[in-house]
Design a protein around this ligand. Structure first.
Ligand code: RIB
Length: 331
């Protein structure tokens, strides 16, 4: 008997539950879209905390952007926590020696470490730890930026590693080239050592949305127009970001972008849009040089207890787009 029907059944129902939303959100972008999707699906996902990390922008800036977006989404009660302001090892100075790079994120700007406008009662690491401690086996970490906060959590509280239910993350490139460097995807490249700590960890379930699947979710001007036609406060911000900044559809109608973080968020709402995946033990190349941050197979003797990763490879794009459009254009 083929196992397909059983596998489809097992993956058909979304893993609803409590989520810590860990993000390097900038002005809006894919992180902002992912936040809208999650917050507009309270029947599927309850956000236990929002934690900011440096990546696209510096963590404190990210918290300020998040506060603005949360206002647009009608969730002023949620206060983002500022987490790791710097990667574990990687620096802007190192990045300068790594040229050519496609994208450097926050490394391209001077560090902005100012506290957010309304300092949260605790920092991101305390919030993450509290969420896991108070909900053992019931917290999904949705990691949409570099893994610095999650790696620090694992180092500060090794006892919590097995109490995390799962981590669902956007990052890495398994069978395709990188997008920060030729070898590495941006989130993993920005903090390779943090990604390595997470991939070598014993977190019970790891669900990875690498460039392999994201490259198949192309955002073009036609799809952009479908979203901005809604003319809501959220789609106005979307229009400004995707229209005037990256990929700049209003300046260049032939530009293309990708859905990245939205795919990881969407999986919490509808696992059925993924059509192909594989399971692998993965690691990160942390040797400084051209391959810094590349996703590689794990030499298992280095981390015998590491759990494997479910690597998402392909999708039913029309199905995903229907979900994305409904949630992005909602009032
Ligand atoms: O490589 C894509 C990732 O980096 C996404 O998380 C996106 O936000 C970008 O900065």
């Amino acid at each position: 008997m083929t196992l397909w029907p059983l596998l489809l059944l097992a993956f058909a129902s979304p893993p609803a539950g409590k989520v810590v939303f860990d993000t390097d959100c900038g002005f809006f972008g894919d992180d902002g879209a992912a936040l809208a999707m999650v917050l507009r699906s309270p029947e599927k996902v309850q956000v236990a905390a929002i934690t900011a990390v440096s990546g696209n922008v510096w963590a404190a800036e990210s918290a300020a952007y998040l506060t603005e977006i949360l206002g647009l989404l009608g969730h002023r009660e949620l206060k983002p926590y500022v987490g790791a302001q710097m990667p574990l090892i990687h620096t802007a100075e190192m990045a300068r020696l790594e040229a050519p790079l496609e994208f450097q994120g926050a490394f391209a700007d001077p560090p902005k470490f100012a506290p957010p406008p309304q300092p949260a009662a605790m920092d991101a690491l305390a919030a993450l730890a509290a969420a896991v401690e108070q909900n053992p086996g019931r917290i999904t970490i949705l990691a949409l930026g570099p893994m610095t906060n999650v790696a620090l959590l694992l180092r500060l509280h090794p006892d919590l590693e097995r109490k995390i239910q799962r981590i669902v993350f956007m990052g890495g490139n398994v069978h395709v080239p990188g997008n920060a460097s030729a070898a590495a995807e941006f989130n993993f490249w920005f903090d390779p050592e943090a990604a390595q700590a997470v991939l070598r960890s014993r977190i019970p379930e790891k669900v990875m949305f690498p460039l392999d699947i994201c490259n198949r979710a192309v955002l073009d001007k036609t799809r952009f127009d479908e979203i901005v036609a809604a003319r809501t406060p959220v789609t106005q911000r979307y229009k400004e970001d995707y229209g005037q900044r990256y990929p700049g559809f209003l300046k260049n109608p032939n530009a293309t972008g990708f859905l990245w973080d939205e795919l990881a968020a969407a999986w919490l709402l509808d696992t059925g849009f993924v059509t192909r995946s594989e399971t692998a033990w993965l690691d990160i190349d942390t040797r400084f040089g051209k391959t810094y941050g590349a996703t590689v197979p794990l030499e298992r003797r280095l981390a015998p207890d590491a759990t494997p990763v479910r690597v998402m490879l392909d999708l039913d794009y029309p199905r995903l787009w229907t979900l994305y459009k409904r949630l992005l254009t909602a009032n």
